[in-house]
Design a protein around this ligand. Structure first.
Ligand code: HEC
Ligand code: HEC
Ligand code: HEC
Ligand code: HEC
Length: 425
């Protein structure tokens, strides 16, 4: 090679090395900047200032669309809730999967129309489509912030407005106002019954506001028989365990429906995810709140962290599994699925027993073969047993929140059902 060619080659190599160095320094610098923005949990995200946004929507709820240009990443993640249409894209029908409920819930609406919960985007479509009867506006309590604002403007009378009249005035599915009022970033408990039950507990630092924001709906509740207002069967974290809830309903003689076969006034439990996660025996209740496991941190294109508003299973959040759960769990999915399988198997055993109680009790009533005293006792056992079973059956984590509490409840249900069967022999 002559000298000239050598010089050119050296130049080329020199320039190439320089380019590589500049780029790698830039990448490292970017990575360092990105890493410096990494946060280890949702509560470490800096809360941005709230922009001044006015709305002319009825009842004053600023809609998610109206906030979208100020919080584009959060809005985009919130919109993804519409991707949750059921496990594996198919919405399960519990009536088909668990035919026992046709007998146990009869004649209540859930005995013929009861499907798996799906994403928050669908609440208003779902309530319009269900064939379960819904005469009053109180059914909208957990479906739309427009109704929440209606209650906050009008007072509890709003709960007893005719359903169709109220439905005509609402249009926003669960969104920003539900958990933040009109101040995104700050948690505001907008549902009156939850604010009453939990404001003191939050102030005393006993429970995170983030979790209470979910507990506005993911709880056991009932409608006041007189005012029709939505209420919780407890007023603190000290009396929200299944035993106390049952005692509360028994003391007031409350029933959601009367079973067709037996004439027993029954309690229908509803999605007590808050009560299981914060109940006795929960492994992680002191460490993680609902948002830590069901939202988590995401990063925008510039590497800035934001609270992921796609509410989903932790098993479907690879970032969360990688950065947090895998510190201790080698295979979280396998553990969760095995807990759920055990709980489901026990649920099925107990519901079969409850069907036996239902049928034998109906027969005993028809044949008039029990004393008034024994009959009353069996009816109470039937009611209590079904409540403990239902508390687990309708809970959406299927035991994952608190396997110990779920299995304990099923054991209680089984014991009570066996006691009833003993008296029905
Ligand atoms: C205003 C009421 C309300 C609030 C507040 C609320 N949810 Fe929900 N959530 C619902 C309803 C109702 C459904 C079922 C929707 C359907 O099936 O149409 C649901 C569904 C879900 C689902 C999907 C369930 C499934 O099986 O796929 C998840 C996950 C969830 N919510 C988590 C949360 C978390 C976490 C919070 C708090 C950050 C929260 N929700 C706050 C009412 C609420
Ligand atoms: C179901 C309840 C729920 C809904 C609906 C909801 N959020 Fe949030 N949001 C939360 C929770 C929980 C946090 C975490 C707060 C904490 O840990 O203190 C949060 C955090 C935030 C933050 C602060 C963190 C960050 O990333 O900047 C902002 C801003 C925010 N939300 C905006 C919104 C907007 C805008 C909407 C509507 C598109 C919305 N939220 C809908 C529950 C909700
Ligand atoms: C510091 C260690 C540690 C971390 C981090 C951790 N876990 Fe756990 N987790 C445990 C232990 C210990 C148990 C109890 C397991 C047992 O009994 O075998 C457990 C149990 C569980 C259970 C079952 C609860 C029950 O009632 O049976 C679930 C669900 C769970 N973890 C989810 C998570 C999720 C989701 C994350 C990430 C956000 C996480 N864990 C992070 C240590 C951890
Ligand atoms: C330690 C993590 C953890 C915490 C904290 C937690 N959950 Fe869960 N949750 C789970 C797991 C695991 C499942 C089961 C997910 C699955 O089946 O894929 C679950 C399931 C659910 C479901 C059904 C969703 C689905 O995709 O099947 C809802 C709704 C829910 N939780 C609400 C809540 C609420 C409300 C809170 C707070 C009171 C809460 N969770 C706290 C781990 C957690």
């Amino acid at each position: 090679m002559d000298k000239k060619k050598k010089d050119v080659l050296m130049w080329v190599i020199g320039v190439a090395l320089l380019v590589i160095t500049v780029f790698s320094v830039r990448d490292t610098a970017l990575e360092m900047m990105f890493d410096s923005k990494k946060v280890s949990s949702i509560s470490e995200i800096e809360i941005p200032a709230v922009p001044d946004v006015k709305t002319d929507r009825d009842y004053g709820v600023v809609s998610a669309a109206e906030w979208s240009s100020y919080y584009p990443s959060i809005y985009e993640s919130w919109e993804k809730n519409s991707g949750n249409v059921g496990h594996g894209g198919v919405r399960a029908s519990y009536v088909d999967d668990d035919p026992d409920i046709k007998i146990l819930y009869e004649p209540f609406g859930f005995s013929y129309d009861y499907t798996e919960a799906i994403g928050h985007s669908y609440t208003l479509d779902d309530i319009a489509e269900t064939t379960r009867p819904h005469k009053l506006a109180n059914c909208l309590t957990c479906k739309t912030p427009d109704f929440t604002a209606m209650v906050n403007n009008m007072g509890p009378e709003a709960y007893s407005i005719a359903f169709d009249d109220a439905y005509a005035k609402v249009s926003e599915p669960i969104s920003c106002y539900s958990c933040h009022a009109n101040t995104p970033g700050t948690i505001v408990i907008t549902h009156d019954y939850m604010a009453r039950a939990m404001n003191d507990e939050m102030e005393a630092g006993k429970v995170d506001a983030a979790s209470v924001s979910c507990a506005q709906c993911h709880i056991e509740y009932y409608f006041d028989p007189e005012t029709k207002a939505t209420l919780t069967p407890y007023d603190s974290l000290d009396d929200f365990d299944p035993d106390s809830i049952l005692a509360y309903y028994n003391a007031m003689g409350f029933s959601d429906f009367t079973n067709t076969n037996t004439g027993v006034g029954m309690i229908k439990a509803q999605h007590p995810e808050f009560e299981t996660y914060y109940g006795t025996g929960s492994v992680h209740k002191g460490t993680y709140n609902c948002a830590d496991c069901h939202m988590g941190v995401a990063y925008d294109k510039k590497g800035n962290p934001y609270a992921n508003h796609l509410l989903t299973s932790p098993l479907d959040n690879p970032e969360l599994l990688k950065t947090t759960c895998s510190q201790c769990h080698k295979d979280l999915a396998a553990m969760v699925h095995s807990i759920q399988a055990e709980v489901t198997e026990n649920e099925k055993k107990v519901s079969a027993l409850l069907v036996q109680v239902n049928e034998k009790l109906a027969k005993a009533i028809e044949e008039k073969k029990l004393s008034a005293e024994t009959l009353a006792k069996v009816k109470q056992l039937d009611r209590d047993a079904q409540f403990y079973w239902d508390f687990v059956y309708v809970e959406n984590s299927e035991g994952a929140h608190n396997s110990q509490l779920s299995l304990n409840c099923l054991n209680k249900a089984q014991e009570l059902a066996n006691e009833a069967l003993e008296l029905l022999k």
